[in-house]
Design a binder for this molecule. Structure first.
Ligand code: CMP
Length: 139
């Protein structure tokens, strides 16, 4: 089925001018960028976005990293978009990411791992609503 997922190109990637290279991977995989904006995430936005990780030891570091430089937030649309996006991103830890994936090619560490993607269609809808108004998504 045609789905939407939420994507973030993270600070380590925007700083290294990799937005276009990462978008090319998405588009080649058949994912359409139906909404996109470059923002400097506020601490409050990052804390809310990562609230499920609040008790983890890396939470503070994660919030600090995500607010340290611009990110590009996106809505991607396509056939099985959630799974396809996760496939092209590769494993969270670049040391475990498959050959040819975005994280294998570009990620610096498990924290500075270049991209975020929703883990389910349900979470995608929640995450999209945190950053986009309905009118900003043009399919
Ligand atoms: P993301 O998909 O954005 O969702 C949670 C993030 O936490 C994850 O990507 C990683 O970048 C980050 N993360 C997971 N484990 C660690 C860790 N051990 N140290 C720092 N960051 C981590």
């Amino acid at each position: 089925a045609i789905e939407r997922t939420f994507s973030i190109i993270k600070p380590d990637a925007t700083k290294r001018n990799l937005t276009g290279a990462i978008n090319a991977v998405f588009e080649e995989a058949g994912l359409r960028i139906v909404a996109q904006k470059r923002i400097l995430m506020t601490t409050a936005q990052a804390q809310e976005f990562y609230a499920v990780h609040k008790e983890r030891p890396f939470y503070g570091e994660l919030v600090e990293f995500m607010t340290s430089a611009p990110v590009v937030v996106q809505v991607l649309e396509g056939e099985n978009a959630v799974a396809k996006h996760r496939e092209v991103m590769g494993a969270t830890n670049p040391a475990e990411a498959a050959e040819g994936t975005i994280r294998k090619k570009f990620a610096l560490s498990v924290g500075e791992n270049s991209v975020h993607g929703s883990d389910s269609a349900e979470n995608a809808a929640i995450e999209i609503a945190q950053f986009f108004a309905g009118m900003e998504i043009v399919g």
